[in-house]
Design a protein. Sequence first.
Length: 435
Amino acid sequence: MFHMGWFVGGGYTAQGWGGKWSGNAGRDAFKPDLFVDMATSLERAGFDYMMLEDASLVNDVYKGSLETTLSRGGLRNDPMTLVPLLGKVTKHLGIIATASTSFYPPYLAARLATSLDNLTDGRFGFNLVTGSAHAAAQNYGLDKHYEHDLRYEMADEWVDCVKALWDTWDPGALVLDEETGVFADASKVHYADFKGRWYASRGPLNSVPAPQGHPVICQAGGSPAGRDFGARNADTLIASLVEEPGVENMKAYRADISERMIKFGRKPTDAKVMYMVQPILADSDAEAREKQQAMRAADAANTDALLMSMSYFSGKDFSGFDLDAPVPDLDGHNGHKSLVDAFLKNAEGKTLRQAIADRAQTAGSVELVGTPDSVAVQMGEIMDEVGGDGYLIHGLINRGRVTQMTDGLAPALRRRGLIRSEYAYDTFKENLLAF
Ligand SMILES: Cc1cc2nc3c(=O)[nH]c(=O)nc-3n(C[C@H](O)[C@H](O)[C@H](O)COP(=O)(O)O)c2cc1C
């Protein structure tokens, strides 16, 4: 069996804006209903988790202007606010929301996580990112963002500080004895007295301890520093591999993470590696392939969106580059390192126009195109070969596409015994680590 999750790119945004089948995307923008419906569907399908992305800026790198981002609805409400609502309509689904270690003070984060873990009865997870945009850093009062590898070094210490705060409550500290009136046992609650190079916190936490003890930690950065951070701290890691897809690369990724985990004194089974995929489903394999070709052609023709996306990932304004010249050297970029480095490698010998069009030809770690049954078979065979732990669906979100995955693909996987038919445990982490 393998695990399934959904990466909600854009997070708490107007999902589906400008697309077909998006319901009343304008009228309902930033209402919770689509996310609530999605959470119940993912739980019906036996998914492990729904992960909400986030960022703290209105991006103005592309053309040096807010215009493109604003006209496309590239805004986000805080994903933490959705967590209790999604927790209320589900009983088993893990709910992960993104927090930046660079900007959240550890005490605020530790307390928020225990509060949300309590509200969801042990089903909260943090997707820990370091952030990449200078504009986001400036929103928190910095002149510019920290250098790439430094921010991961700081993130390790941040996690240590947050865990020290979570550990200020020993097991059994919460007494809740209504007869004696004793709420908590002071002999089992300690100061954290954490003093690091960048972070310090006294503790103890003043919130009730989390049902999971340490809520789930998820991580997505693919650079060597990012992978080390995930291997050291995460319970689930996301392998994007959009720039370098294929079964061999998936295998190499798992092997690399396992090796790094051992280096940090962990067992490779202590964390689940999930591969990003965008299955394209239809009533017949031929129809699914036609759909795929039409989608790829439309993506490749959308030059403006492709240039904007590379501007965001690299922090360099791609609008000023000559489309018919080789891709400029982006030396000194401080953005999404693994993605930008892989893009530059793939762009060698190509014009910028060709390189961005080629980038639109892959949409996940591996191509999955066909009927629910044929895609389910492919997913089983690939996971057997890769030795990974599962898949993370991403891409367009509307109710129709969610239903294709949860009520078409998931039952086809379940009939083959590839995904769970029920949840064995109460907490997110126990279900995640169960197989
Ligand atoms: C699937 C996925 C989800 C991510 N989600 C977020 C996010 O919500 N917020 C964010 O600031 N960065 C997000 N990132 C960015 C990563 O945390 C990281 O900064 C980026 O991948 C660059 O990492 P690297 O420099 O280690 O390659 C995400 C990346 C991936 C691949």
